[in-house]
Design a protein around this ligand. Structure first.
Ligand code: IPM
Ligand code: MN
Length: 353
C-alpha cells in the first residue's frame, strides 16, 4: 500500500488559489511516480468567507487542521478587509495555535534568475533563515493608555521565553548540521541595544553551541546583517533570529533571490502539523489573470514534501523549478514571465515526471 499524506489546503485570497492550483498540479505529477499518494481537503478560510459570514476562522479550525499531515496555504489578504484582520486572525493565529515555532525560509538564487546584486550569482546566494515564529513582538503583548488623548501611551512588548528561544536555537543547530553545507550558524540579534531579549538569545545560543563543536557559531547585529546580505551574501549558511528581525531580513532575502515570485517558506512545528506557503501576498490586482508567478507556491510544495519525509521528491521539485528558471521563464515578475501561470505549472509538472 502506498503511503497517503492528507493535506489541508487553504487557497485563501487574491492569487492564492491560482498558485495553489499549480503547486497541486506538480504534487500530483510527482506523487504518481514517487510511490506515495496525496489526498487534499480544501478549506475556504480567507477574505471572501469573512465578508460573507463575518467569521475569520471558525473556533474548531485548528483542531480540525491538526488532523492533517501538513497544511498548504496560498495567500491571505483581501482589498476589502482592513489590513490586520485576516493576517492576525488566520495566518498568525494558525502559526500560534498550531505552535509552528519555526519559520524556515531558504534564500537561494536559482540559475537564470536576474539578481539585483552586482557580480553575485547562484554560487554566492544560498542560505536559510530560521525565524522564531511564535514569540517576540508578534506575541501581541501590550496596550494603550489614555488612547486618543495627547497623553496617549502605546506599548508593544517583545516576549522571549527561555523555552521558546531554546527550542528555536536547537532547531537551527540541528538543521545546520543536517544541511551539511558550510556548517556555520549565525545568530542575528541586537545585543548592543536589546540588552534583555538578546542577552537571553546570546546566552542560550552560546550554551547550545557547545553541543555542536563541528558547527561554527557566529553573531551579527541585525542592522549589519542587512548590509552583508547585499555585500557578502556568501558569508551565510544558516541564520537564526527572532520573529520581527526574521520577518524583515527575509523580505530582503527574497529580493536577492529574485523576488516574491520565488520565495517560499515553512511554518514548522517539528512535533505537530506544519504549514507551507509562498512568502508573497495575495496580489489582488493580478487575481484571475493567469499572470502571477506560481514558482514560490511550487517551491513551498517542495518544502512540504521534504518535511513529510519525501526528501527525494522535494529535491526533484526544486530541480524542476531550476530547469524552468534556467531555460524558460523570462522574468519572475507577474505578467513578465513570457508565459502564463498555468504554463509555468505545466512545465514544472512535465519536468518532475
Ligand atoms: C510574513 C508576513 C506576515 C508576518 C504578515 C502577513 C502577518 O509578512 O509571513 O512574513 O509578518 O509574519
Ligand atoms: Mn513578512
Amino acid at each position: 500500500m502506498p503511503k497517503t499524506y492528507n493535506i489541508a489546503v487553504i487557497p485563501g485570497d487574491g492569487t492564492g488559489p491560482e498558485v495553489v492550483t499549480e503547486g497541486i498540479k506538480v504534487l500530483n505529477a510527482i506523487s504518481g511516480k514517487s510511490g506515495f499518494k496525496l489526498s487534499f481537503k480544501y478549506f475556504d478560510f480567507g477574505g471572501e468567507r469573512y465578508l460573507k459570514t463575518g467569521e475569520v476562522l471558525p473556533d474548531n479550525a485548528t483542531d480540525e487542521l491538526r488532523q492533517y499531515d501538513a497544511i498548504y496555504l496560498g495567500a491571505i489578504g483581501h482589498p476589502d478587509v482592513k489590513p490586520g484582520i485576516l493576517e492576525k486572525g488566520i495566518l498568525l493565529r494558525l502559526r500560534f495555535e498550531l505552535d509552528q515555532y519555526i519559520n524556515l525560509r531558504p534564500v537561494k538564487l536559482y540559475p537564470g534568475i536576474d539578481c539585483p546584486l552586482k557580480d553575485k550569482g547562484p554560487e554566492h546566494i544560498d542560505f536559510v533563515v530560521v525565524r522564531e515564529n511564535t514569540e517576540g513582538l508578534y506575541a501581541g503583548s501590550g496596550g494603550f493608555l489614555k488612547k486618543g488623548t495627547e497623553d496617549e501611551v502605546a506599548i508593544q512588548e517583545s516576549i522571549n521565553t527561555r523555552k521558546g528561544v531554546e527550542r528555536c536555537i536547537r532547531y537551527a543547530f540541528k538543521y545546520c548540521k543536517k544541511r551539511n553545507k558550510n556548517k556555520k550558524l549565525t545568530l542575528c540579534g541586537k545585543t548592543n541595544v536589546l540588552t534583555y531579549a538578546f542577552d537571553l538569545w546570546e546566552r542560550t545560543f552560546n550554551e547550545i553551541a557547545k553541543e555542536y563543536p563541528d558547527i561554527t557559531s557566529d553573531y551579527a547585529h541585525v542592522d549589519a546583517i542587512t548590509m552583508w546580505f547585499i555585500k557578502n551574501p556568501e558569508w551565510f549558511d544558516v541564520i537564526v533570529t527572532d520573529n520581527m528581525f526574521g520577518d524583515i531580513i527575509t523580505d530582503l532575502g527574497a529580493m536577492i533571490q529574485g523576488g516574491m515570485g520565488i520565495a517560499a517558506g515553512g511554518n514548522i512545528n517539528p512535533e505537530g502539523v506544519s504549514m507551507f506557503e509562498p512568502i508573497g501576498g495575495s496580489a489582488p490586482k493580478y487575481k484571475g489573470k493567469n499572470m502571477i508567478n506560481p514558482l514560490a507556491a511550487i517551491c513551498a510544495a517542495g518544502l512540504m514534501l521534504e518535511h513529510l519525509g519525501e526528501e527525494q521528491a522535494g529535491k526533484e521539485v526544486e530541480e524542476a523549478v531550476m530547469k524552468v528558471t534556467a531555460s524558460h521563464i523570462q522574468s519572475l515578475a507577474a505578467g513578465k514571465m513570457g508565459m502564463t501561470t498555468t504554463e509555468v505549472g505545466d512545465l514544472v509538472a512535465k519536468y518532475v515526471t
